[in-house]
Design a protein around this ligand. Structure first.
Ligand SMILES: Nc1nc2c(c(=O)[nH]1)N[C@H]1C(S)=C(S)[C@@H](COP(=O)(O)OP(=O)(O)OC[C@H]3O[C@@H](n4cnc5c(=O)[nH]c(N)nc54)[C@H](O)[C@@H]3O)O[C@H]1N2
Ligand SMILES: Nc1nc2c(c(=O)[nH]1)N[C@H]1C(S)=C(S)[C@@H](COP(=O)(O)OP(=O)(O)OC[C@H]3O[C@@H](n4cnc5c(=O)[nH]c(N)nc54)[C@H](O)[C@@H]3O)O[C@H]1N2
Ligand SMILES: [Mo]
Length: 740
């Protein structure tokens, strides 16, 4: 398959027309996309009260093939009424993620009991009673509650409240497999865990560092901003072991000049080794210090730790930096020169930074670099973690984490006159490990695919299999509904955001809260997430003599009542109380730093010092390392959304299959392999046989690329100790020719 020469462009437009046909016609599809609902895909922030395809700066049209994919999937038609009686579990297990996703929207609760061949339908009443009875029979810390990032603030808030009032803090979300390192890292830098800037700041940047992300596929709307930076005469430095075609050139479909002629994106493209970022970022910082291009007022008056960082940088050895980053000194110098000459600099990053055993340190090193030149704490510059799911940030803000912020904890108790548990809650991987140890009995997942997103897929299936009861609130089927089933697994069908009967809210990665109107339900059967949760609350607490709770769960069926509670409880969310009446979407107070006054106790930002880690597999840093060791990253293709694979091919990287490993021609030769040959890939955790070797010049030699989620069999449960984020991007692997 030929690799795309540019990202976006006519390919995206052709794709749009195809998706529109699938969704029942162009006009119906356009109306759905333009409805006043926050976009369902990533967290760049689109839609809401200004209508779909409008960004936070009010710009229209913002087109994105991913939004179309997600919308077409929600409009695809209901699952056939005989689907679950026709296909046995064994057959579902052989379905690809695409076949599961396109089986149709779920419309009735279904139950699988171990020993039987099929899921069977159950009534809503029976399903809800089953969950309530099970919870009543367990002790709260035998349960866990996992949240994906597509649900609303209202559903997120209500479910975490339910879990805590029930008595457990085992409340967590997919962020622990995603941007947790950003949240923890940023908090140690600015005192606040999210982006320090707003969209308008990006619109004034003259330099963007884009580190460890592939927004051409995963955040296409951000590409417009990058194109604009270049058009204004600014620069974009991309740091990525892989040359992603869409980051070299991208045709923004909504811009005619860009559509016809393409837009150059990267002005400098730097390819470190996987895991080389900390050394590289530290190297740029050292060079900035050597150039004297530092903001002394910022460092001396508004930061803690400057003398220590200055001495540390000065003492570092260039050879060590070059060796541990894999980047030549001349390239580091060029990056530093560009940085020193720029006035408004934005640092943006994604999973190439967080999916490492030193993810938090990576984020801190980005913080250091930005603070060195005073690029945090003023307009038109700052730190920008490019978030994943459309409402993952909101879910975290409203309390979906094992430990609540002190203010939220206190106000929750006060507001509802309740006492919340103080036992420590488990993060996502810890829940899996406790389940595996047989200490958890029950899990409830508000969306997502906990099985498919986990490292060590075989372990994940075994761990979930030890639960007595697993409950999914889902819109469509995914691999988690076929693998890793508990003794009893229940799937409850829910409405998508734009089918909600009442308004809901979402938060973008720029800390902007949007109002979604909802809309008519497309199918008979699914219920709104809030309704399901409130029903569980009514059942669980109504006659729960042991723990009488004064909260009226029937009132909690109203999203506006829930918003009143969020406004009273979550700092910065006061304006959410009457957002459905005012229609005033808003920026959350206290998170954007346009002045050098930070959210730390003394108002100063923090600088951090790190030892530079060895690249894995080199210098004996890793027990498994041999001359044939490679570093493996597991990433998304152009045609997938997390564990949901919409297309088997990857248009940008020119791949027509997913059971492939992309290797640099030098590595293919070094290992005595040939392109198109099948190999067995093994790691300390697992093995995948019969994987096709693909010659891929765009990857830095010494590193390999495979697709998530299939490659999760190989990913060990190694986590960043500071954030508990797994090292999905840095796996030591060995290859051997397949026997057949
Ligand atoms: N279409 C679509 N959009 C999505 C998603 C999706 O699956 N599909 N997922 C959403 C979610 S939840 C998230 S978190 C984001 C994910 O968005 P990304 O983080 O862009 O997604 P990944 O495919 O994981 O790609 C990470 C990039 O990091 C690079 N990389 C790997 N290892 C390293 C390293 O050590 N250093 C550096 N500097 N780079 C490295 C890879 O080459 C790749 O280009 O996208 C969100 N948006
Ligand atoms: N190897 C490897 N593993 C990874 C990653 C990686 O890069 N490499 N990335 C990690 C990252 S960044 C993330 S965020 C996780 C993803 O982890 P998750 O968020 O758990 O997984 P998704 O695949 O996004 O979940 C998709 C499912 O959500 C359901 N869904 C969709 N819309 C809705 C809705 O409106 N409401 C409800 N209730 N359900 C809905 C559908 O059933 C769909 O099948 O995976 C992580 N795992
Ligand atoms: Mo994510």
């Amino acid at each position: 398959m030929r690799k795309a020469k540019t990202g976006g462009g006519w390919g995206s437009i052709r794709y749009t027309l195809r998706k529109a046909r699938e969704a029942g016609g162009l006009w119906r599809f356009y109306k759905a996309l333009r409805s006043k609902n926050a976009c369902k895909t990533c967290a760049v922030g689109m839609g809401g009260q200004r209508g779909g395809m409008v960004n936070e700066g009010g710009h229209f049209p913002e087109v994105c093939v991913k939004a179309m994919q997600a919308m077409a999937a929600d409009m695809q038609g209901a699952v056939r009424s005989d689907f679950f009686s026709t296909f046995s579990l064994a057959q579902l297990q052989r379905f690809t993620p695409l076949q599961l996703e396109t089986s149709g929207r779920l419309t009735e609760p279904v139950l699988y009991k171990r020993g039987s061949d099929h899921y069977r339908s159950v009534s809503w009443d029976d399903a809800l009673r089953m969950v309530v009875d099970e919870l009543k029979s367990l002790s709260p810390d035998e349960t866990f509650w996992y949240f994906s990032g597509r649900s609303s603030n209202e559903a997120g808030f209500l479910l975490q409240l339910l879990a805590r009032l029930y008595g457990t803090n085992n409340v967590n979300n997919c962020s622990y497999y995603c941007h947790q390192a950003s949240g923890v890292g940023l908090t140690t830098v600015t005192g606040s865990g999210t982006a320090t800037l707003v969209l308008d700041d990006v619109a004034h940047a003259d330099l963007v560092f884009l580190i460890g992300g592939n927004p051409a596929s995963n955040h296409p709307r951000l590409m417009t901003q990058l194109k604009n930076v270049r058009r204004r005469g600014g620069k974009v430095i991309v740091v990525n072991p892989v040359v992603e075609p869409g980051l070299v050139n991208f045709s923004v479909p909504s811009d005619l000049r860009s559509l016809f002629f393409g837009s150059e994106i990267a002005s400098q493209y730097v390819q470190p080794h996987i895991g080389g970022d900390l050394a590289l970022l530290t190297g740029i910082a050292k060079r900035i210090l050597e150039l004297g291009a530092i903001d002394t007022v910022m460092l001396e008056q508004h930061c803690q730790g400057w003398p220590e960082l200055r001495d540390h940088l000065a003492a570092l050895d260039w050879q060590e930096i070059v060796r541990k980053s894999g980047v030549e000194k001349s390239d580091i110098d060029e990056m530093a020169d560009t940085y020193a000459a720029a006035s408004n600099v934005v640092f943006a990053w994604t999973m190439g930074i967080t999916h490492h055993a030193n993810g938090v340190q990576n984020v801190q090193a980005i913080g250091n670099l930005a603070l060195l030149r005073g690029m945090v704490g003023r307009p038109h510059a700052g730190l920008l973690p490019i978030r994943g799911h459309s409402n993952i940030q909101g879910i975290g803000s409203v309390g979906v984490s094992p430990k609540l912020k002190d203010a939220v904890f206190d106000r929750l108790q006060e507001h509802f006159h309740v006492e919340l548990p103080t036992t420590p809650g488990l993060d996502t991987l810890a829940c899996m490990e406790e389940a595996d140890a047989g200490r958890l009995k029950f899990g409830l997942c508000l969306g997502g695919n906990l099985y498919g997103s986990n490292p060590d897929a075989n372990f994940a299936a075994a761990a979930l299999g030890k639960l007595k009861t697993l409950v999914y609130l889902s819109t469509t089927l995914n691999t988690g509904h076929a693998h890793g089933l508990a003794e009893r697994t229940l799937i409850l069908p829910v409405l998508a955001r734009d089918e909600e009967p009442q308004p809901t809210t979402q938060e973008s990665m720029f800390n902007f809260v949007r109002l979604s109107d909802g809309g008519p339900s497309r199918y008979e059967g699914p219920k709104s997430e809030v309704e399901v949760i409130a029903s569980l609350g009514e059942g669980l607490f109504a006659e729960h003599a042991a723990a009488p709770v004064p909260l009226d769960w029937t009132q909690m069926r109203s999203t506006s009542r829930i918003r009143e509670a969020i406004a009273a409880i979550v700092p910065g969310f006061e304006k959410i109380a009457d957002i459905d009446r005012t229609k005033q979407e808003f920026q959350i107070e206290g998170r954007t730093f346009h002045a050098p006054q930070f959210a730390t106790v003394d108002g100063r930002a923090r600088l951090h010092i790190h030892d530079l880690p060895e690249l894995i597999g080199e210098n004996g840093s890793d027990a498994a390392s041999t001359p044939s060791t490679l570093r493996l990253m597991t990433v998304r293709s152009e045609g997938q959304f997390n564990t949901v694979v919409y297309e088997e091919y990857d248009r940008y990287r020119g791949q027509d299959a997913r059971d492939v490993i992309l290797l640099h021609p030098d590595d293919i030769a070094r290992l005595g392999l040939e392109a198109e040959q099948r190999v067995d890939v093994s790691s300390s955790t697992g093995r995948l046989d019969g994987i096709l070797v693909r010659c891929f010049e765009d990857i830095r030699a010494g590193n390999a690329l495979m697709y998530y989620p299939e490659a999760n069999v190989l990913v060990p449960r190694t986590v960043d100790p500071a954030s508990r984020t797994p090292a999905f991007k840095n796996v030591t692997i060995q290859l051997a020719p397949s026997a057949t």
